[in-house]
Write a protein that binds this ligand. Structure first.
Ligand SMILES: *Cc1c(COP(=O)(O)O)cnc(C)c1O
Length: 394
């Protein structure tokens, strides 16, 4: 049975009529950059995410870069980021000649460990970028408290978390000073190319971000500040507007898939429960944890994990991955090398062993297929093949 890591075609087929009509409508309008489609999309996101301002931008990476420019990060400033994330989170800091300062991740949630942040703050620290990794909110209360105490800005990297909800009911991206999202096709809400969004509740920041999106010119050709070309296409906005009403139903399906994986792994005896933080005799697969559980299961909105990825951690990860691939099950490794061990950051002076939780995840994590259209049979097949491998290799 073939199980791709991600298959975008069923989603396109389901929405083909609506999407094709919109693509043709924008083509006929010949209005391609920003404009009414982007504006309407921005308004819809304000309502959907429950925030004051939303600004469509050219990618998730540009959303982060623009956000850092918006809070006026200068060369030599320090910005605290988790060492375990997609490269853009740290790359944007270095691109402004500021210094990314790395922090280890929480062993259960993969997100930045709040207890490890304060030790990294210096007089040069200007901001923290928590990442809501794999679709689950970082521990924002503690992060916001630290930021308040030390007068730091908080830029949320929500590239993988659009519509994920923190335990207090607020949508990820709307808690810090600026939230950043990506519409890269493999994210939960993907467009037909590159696209992104920044959101904020701060009117002053909104003004700066909007101007900096178009080279910092206001009025056009008059520049008080230096921005860039961070504009979103009308075509991408039109695609996102078609898809947005379906996002919650897709998240529900991803969550149901995650629940099924969990049930099957436990039934197979490979895991005792979600996320026991070390391997032992009976516990061969570490399942991802939806942390900060709601007190009451009725409170559906509390810590709403949207599973952009479903990440297990296993011993002999690379051998397992090869075995699954031979059985037509596609997986991926997010992320094989934490930032502090990347060659491009060698001059920052970190070494192996500095961040054991992130290193453990980098060495043992495996992303299983989780996309909404996956069938129960496919999920059952994935678990049975992992079971087969582990039984034969332990
Ligand atoms: C995808 C991603 C980005 C970058 O988004 P792009 O739209 O691909 O530029 C940034 N941060 C994280 C955590 C991501 O997963």
């Amino acid at each position: 049975m073939r199980v791709p890591l991600l298959d975008l075609k069923p989603q396109y087929q389901a929405l083909k009529k609506e999407l094709d009509a919109e693509l043709i409508r924008v083509a006929e309008s010949q209005y391609f950059i920003l404009g009414p489609d982007v504006q309407k999309m921005e308004n819809e996101f304000c309502e959907f995410l429950n925030c004051k301002y939303a600004i469509g931008v050219s990618s998730g990476t540009d959303a982060l870069l623009l956000a850092l420019m918006g809070i006026d990060i200068q060369p030599g400033d320090e910005v605290i980021v988790p060492t375990y994330s997609f490269f853009a989170t740290a790359g944007v800091v270095s691109r402004l000649n500021a210094k990314p300062v790395f922090v280890d991740s929480d062993p259960l949630t993969f997100n930045i460990a709040p207890s490890k942040i304060e030790g990294k703050i210096t007089p040069r620290t200007k901001a923290i970028i928590p990442v809501h990794l794999y679709g689950q909110s970082a521990e924002m209360d503690e992060i916001m408290n630290i930021a308040k105490k030390h007068n730091l800005r908080v830029i949320e990297d929500g590239a993988q978390s659009i519509s994920a909800v923190y335990k207090d009911g607020r949508t990820t991206g709307t808690i810090g000073d600026i939230g950043c999202f990506s519409f890269f096709p493999s994210k939960n809400l993907g467009c037909f190319g590159d696209g992104g969004l920044v959101v904020t509740n701060d009117a002053e920041l909104e003004g700066r971000l909007r101007i900096m999106r178009v080279h910092g010119g206001k009025p056009k050709y008059y520049h008080k500040v230096i921005g860039g070309n961070f504009r979103l296409d009308a075509l991408q906005a039109a695609v996102i507007r078609v898809k947005l009403p379906y996002l919650n139903s897709w998240s529900e399906k991803r969550r149901a898939n995650a629940a099924l994986y969990t049930k099957l792994f436990v039934e197979a005896g490979l895991a005792e429960k979600e996320g026991v933080a070390c391997f032992n005799e009976n516990n061969r697969v570490l399942l991802p944890v939806a942390a900060f559980r709601p007190e009451s299961p009725d409170e559906k909105l509390m810590n709403y994990h949207i599973y952009n990825q479903f990440i297990i951690r296993v011993e002999k990860r690379d051998e397992l991955r090869r075995f699954l691939s031979e059985n037509e099950i596609m997986t991926e490794i997010y992320y094989p090398i934490p930032f502090h061990l990347q060659e491009c950051f060698a001059d920052l002076g970190y070494k192996k062993g500095d961040f054991p939780c992130a290193e453990f995840s980098a060495e043992s994590s495996l992303a299983l297929p989780i996309y909404p259209e996956l069938t129960r049979e496919q999920i059952g097949y994935v678990v049975s093949k992992i079971n087969e491998f582990i039984k034969n290799n332990s």
